[in-house]
Design a protein around this ligand. Structure first.
Ligand code: TMP
Length: 394
């Protein structure tokens, strides 16, 4: 197993109050590639109850681009897979109901499976039916017993978060109707490696999927990968469609992406090792740039407090001395500290009230939306610092 060691880290979404600093949870963050099936995965596991607690702070509806995307997803399912008599869709990790709200409005049978209470309640307020549990083999059995087989099992930015992936696949295999599909969208390993997006590595991302490793995973559970579609979300996402064997004809895209991965040597040890070297270069360059700006009396404020910010700040040794605060539009993060590095999270209004010279864009995957919203910052001479695929100022 080839591995990359990012050192001691807190939970990516472990935003904490100042009085909680003393009891903060840390673990060793390393990622490795399986020599046999090329699956890239975390080598240590943070218990899921610690990660997906009742006050889990990530709200999928926080971005207008994401809201549009998930509404389109729902409409696509309504037009294609959910057209039979009394169709049924299950979403694993339905979060705040960003996708299922459209299905609920259409009056189609659905069930969200969402263990985190606050986001589950937000989706219920949108008319979404939710089972507040972790999805696994036994949950799948219960759903099958109560509701019957599912025409679609969906998951977005969730399946790769589940360390007990084998139990998820066994559950899907149990729950899926004979011609049903299991569709999931997850950050793509090829994009993570290609953009040196090392900040995608944190406790919640148990797996870093590629077409080859997902195909191998599906086959292990008597399922077949029948389609793949690249999406621009989260800096490069892949949407996988899995069906029961021989029920659907695989699209040419599957073979094309397998060939691309082979050509780019994505599943090879050397590629991961090269990625590790680039990550160290980014750490050194970012640290040097922030120290230079600081020494020259410039001010840098962080923009966006995604879980990724915990990886970058902790790995690069960036604290409130270099970045006095980060701003984020999520109310549940404001007033708390970024895990480990303890940089305070404030509202975007504070950023606008007194523009700094530089904004370090932690939410770089939302660059277009954020830069459009913050046009004035740039017009007034402000500059954005980005660190993927290398450290640069725009
Ligand atoms: P994500 O990269 O995991 O989707 O998280 C993005 C974070 O950035 C999330 O905490 C919300 C925040 N954000 C803003 O503060 N302003 C924005 O305009 C957008 C799109 C996101």
């Amino acid at each position: 197993m080839t591995s990359i060691d990012l050192g001691r880290h807190p939970r990516g979404n472990g935003f904490l109050l100042p009085e909680e600093v003393e009891n903060e949870f840390f673990f060793h963050l390393t990622v490795g590639m399986c020599d046999a099936c090329t699956m890239v995965q975390l080598q240590s596991e943070v218990p899921q109850e610690i990660r997906y607690h009742d006050a889990y702070p990530y709200h999928a509806s926080g971005s207008a681009v994401h809201r549009r995307h998930f509404e389109q997803n729902a409409r696509h399912f309504l037009d294609t897979e959910l057209t039979g008599p009394d169709p049924f869709i299950v979403e694993i990790g339905s979060n705040d109901g960003v996708m299922l709200a459209t299905i609920a409005q259409a009056g189609v049978r659905h069930l969200g499976v969402e263990p985190s209470k606050e986001v589950a309640e937000m989706s219920m307020a949108k008319g979404v039916r939710v089972l507040s549990e972790f999805f696994d083999e036994s949950t799948a059995g219960k759903i099958l017993f109560e509701h019957g087989p599912a025409d679609v099992v969906f998951g977005a930015n969730c399946i790769a978060h589940i360390a007990h992936l084998a139990s998820v696949f066994r559950g899907v295999e149990t729950l899926l109707a004979p011609n049903g599909v299991f569709v999931f969208e997850e950050p793509y390993l090829g994009s993570v490696v290609g953009q040196v997006a090392f900040d995608m590595i944190y406790d919640e991302h148990s797996f870093y999927f590629a077409v080859r490793s997902v195909q191998a995973m599906a086959a292990r559970f008597d399922l077949e990968l029948v389609n793949v579609e690249p999406l621009a979300l989260h800096g490069g996402t892949m949407r996988y469609t899995i069906a029961r064997p021989s029920m659907r004809t695989p699209t040419p895209a599957v073979g094309e992406w397998l060939a691309k991965e082979k050509e780019s040597r994505l599943g090879e040890k050397k590629t991961l090792e090269r990625f590790g070297v680039s990550v160290e270069r980014i750490r050194d360059d970012l640290n040097a740039l922030l120290r230079k700006i600081h020494a020259e009396g410039g001010r840098v404020v962080g923009y966006g407090a995604p879980a990724k910010a915990a990886t970058v700040t902790n790995y690069c040794g960036i604290g409130p001395d270099l970045v006095p605060f980060v701003c984020d539009s999520t109310p549940s993060k404001q007033g708390r500290l970024v895990a480990g590095s303890h940089i305070p999270v404030r509202s975007p209004e504070e950023f606008r009230a007194d523009y700094p010279e530089y904004a370090l864009l932690f939410a770089w995957n939302h660059a277009e939306e954020i830069m459009a919203n913050e046009k004035e910052f740039r017009e007034r001479g402000g500059r954005w610092i980005l660190y993927v695929p290398d450290v640069h100022i725009v």
